[in-house]
Structures are given as C-alpha cells and as structure tokens.
Design a protein around this ligand. Structure first.
Ligand SMILES: NC(=O)c1ccc[n+]([C@@H]2O[C@H](COP(=O)([O-])OP(=O)(O)OC[C@H]3O[C@@H](n4cnc5c(N)ncnc54)[C@H](OP(=O)(O)O)[C@@H]3O)[C@@H](O)[C@H]2O)c1
Length: 300
C-alpha cells in the first residue's frame, strides 16, 4: 500500500503565493505566519513599520522560504500601482490577494472631517477595487482568490465606527460583485467578518478600558475567550484552501457566535455592573443629567 503524501495534507498551500496587505501587525501578521506554515510563499505589505514587517517575514521564512516585505500605502494610488508593477516585473503571479489593511478615524459621524472620510474610503473601497483590477491578471493565471477583511461594525452599532462600517459595507458589496464578475474567469472572491479581535487598534480605541473589554469577552462570549489574531487567522487560512471555492461571494463570519449572542451578552454584562455604576450620580455631568432629577437652579 502506498503511504499517503503527508506533505500534501500538511502543506496545502505549497507552491502558492499570497499577498497580505497590512501584514506587519495584528490579523495580517498572524495570517501571513499561518499561510507560511501551510507552505505559501508570502508577500507581506506594511505602511510604516518596516521592522515589524521584517520580523513577520523572518517568521514566515522559517517555515517557507521566499517571504518578503513590500511597502504599500493604500492612501496613495501610485503606491498601489507601483506594487503591482513590481510584482509583474518579477513575473510573480498570485494565488491569494488578502486585503486586510484598514485605517480610519474612530469618531461620531457629526465630528468627521472630509479628509478622514476620503482616507477611509480610499483604503477599503477605492484602492481595494484598484488592487482587484491590478491583481486580476496575476490571479487569473493561477485560478486565484481575493479575500477581503470586513468587520463587525457592518452588522451592528459600535460607537465611533460609522465611517469604517460604511466603507467596509462598500467593500462587502464589491466582494459580491467581484464574485459574479471574476468567477466566470476562474477567480473567486470571499469576505471575512471578524467580531471583537484583540489587536493594537482595539487597545488604542479602548485605552484604559482595554482590560475590561477582554474580561467582558472572557465572561460573556459563547467561547469564553477574547478572539486573538491567531484564532481569526485560522478562518482566513481555511478560506485560502481550494475547498473554499464555493464560498465565492460570501461574507464569512468568524466571530465564534459572539454577534448572534449579543443581546444575551449585553444582559449578562449589565448584570455584572454594580448598581451604583448602572445608576451613577450624574448631577455634575450636565449632558448626562437624568430628567427625573430635580434640576439645580441656574447660577446667579
Ligand atoms: N481589531 C479588531 O477588533 C477588528 C475587528 C474586526 C475586523 N477587523 C479588521 O481586521 C483587519 C486588520 O485589523 P488589525 O486590527 O489587525 O489592524 P492593525 O493592528 O491596526 O494593523 C493595521 C495594518 O494595516 C497597515 N496599514 C495601516 N494604514 C495603511 C495604509 N494607509 N496603507 C497600507 N497599509 C496600512 C498597518 O501597517 P503599519 O504596521 O506599517 O502601520 C498594519 O499592518 C482590518 O481590516 C480591520 O478593519 C479588526
């Protein structure tokens, strides 16, 4: 009896080339490392943090030689064009184009500046589509796949996320249209939608409340964990496999049931809040003052 080819099962992406945008940190870095462990040759892009990207490349190369970092600024059309020109000049086709990088201003909608709107849409809509256009010939040659990372803010309200949510909703629509338009040419397109994901951007947004967020996830999430980049990268990796071809056009949630469970989790979370925190004394915070409280007389 012939032995099964264990390398074929352990290294399902052997001989494949993946481009991961925003691969210097967070989910992009975890995805790059995961794909290299599956045998893929990974091109990692970064915007500013070259050293972080170099570390990710070193980690990838330890598993699969051929990884490298490329600078890419998704705010700049020329930078996007230059990256794909470099790939073409090297004769490099792509099996996977993973549009992971994102950046925005986390603010209430009424406080947003026009340049912040333009930048957020430049990354997740304008230049996501440009990458799909420029990447298509490289992907078509290999029957490749585009994977776009969306987020939970398209599913439910997250304070300060309205702008990013609007851009990601646009990206999700592009995923579905690309699936229809590129599918006949052998290129598939899939979206991935993580829920809470413990990365730099969450730490920045939450500031001193970050440990509370993690604790809330650990106590109320159906899996009793706060999702890590490594955990979500497993789903991205799964969608990179040939077997995921029929996920074409889908936005695949990878939130561990956390989004569906949210109404119940909200109740659980509030049950843990001490009564004086639920009903705080807000008399010195005029914008929060309760209407059933006697109003103080106006100052003389
Ligand atoms: N964190 C969450 O809770 C969460 C939840 C759901 C979905 N997501 C989505 O998951 C993806 C990854 O998020 P993350 O939290 O891992 O990100 P992150 O830690 O904030 O890292 C952002 C990455 O994008 C790169 N980047 C930033 N601006 C760029 C630009 N203008 N052009 C090109 N690259 C740029 C950064 O490069 P440098 O390192 O060089 O700055 C970095 O590699 C994003 O699409 C995000 O919307 C995140």
């Amino acid at each position: 009896m012939t032995e099964p080819d264990s390398r074929a099962t352990e290294l399902p992406l052997q001989g494949r080339r993946a481009l991961v945008t925003g691969g210097s940190r967070g989910l992009g870095a975890a995805t790059a490392r995961r794909l290299a462990r599956m045998g893929a040759e990974v091109v990692v892009t970064y915007r500013q943090r070259a050293q972080d990207a170099d570390q990710v490349v070193a980690d990838c190369n330890a598993h699969q030689p051929g990884a490298r970092a490329e600078q890419l600024d998704l705010l700049d059309e020329d930078s996007v064009r230059a990256l794909f020109e470099r790939l073409s000049a090297r004769g490099e086709e792509l099996d996977l184009l993973i549009a992971n990088a994102a950046a925005t201003a986390f603010k209430p909608l009424l406080e947003l500046k026009m340049h912040q709107i333009d930048k957020t849409f430049a990354i997740s809509v304008r230049h996501f589509l440009l990458m799909a256009q420029l990447g298509f010939p490289l992907l078509q040659a290999r029957g490749g796949r585009i994977i776009a990372v969306s987020g939970a803010d398209t599913v439910g309200y997250i304070p300060g996320h309205g702008l990013l949510a609007a851009a990601k909703a646009g990206m999700e629509t592009l995923v579905r249209y690309l699936a229809c338009e590129l599918g006949p040419h052998g290129v598939t397109t899939v979206g991935v939608l993580p829920g809470y994901l413990d990365t730099d951007s969450i730490r920045m947004m939450a500031g001193p409340f970050h440990p509370h967020l993690v604790a809330a996830e650990e106590r109320t999430h159906p899996l009793r964990e706060a999702a890590t980049p490594d955990a979500v990268a497993e789903t991205v990796a799964m969608l990179c496999r040939d077997e995921a071809r029929w996920c074409n056009g889908e936005i695949v949630r990878t939130d561990g049931g956390g989004l569906f469970a949210y109404p119940g989790r909200f109740g659980q979370a509030w049950a843990m809040v001490p009564p004086d925190a639920i009903d705080p004394d807000t008399r010195d915070a005029p914008m929060l003052a309760r209407t059933d409280e006697p109003q103080r007389p106006p100052p003389d």
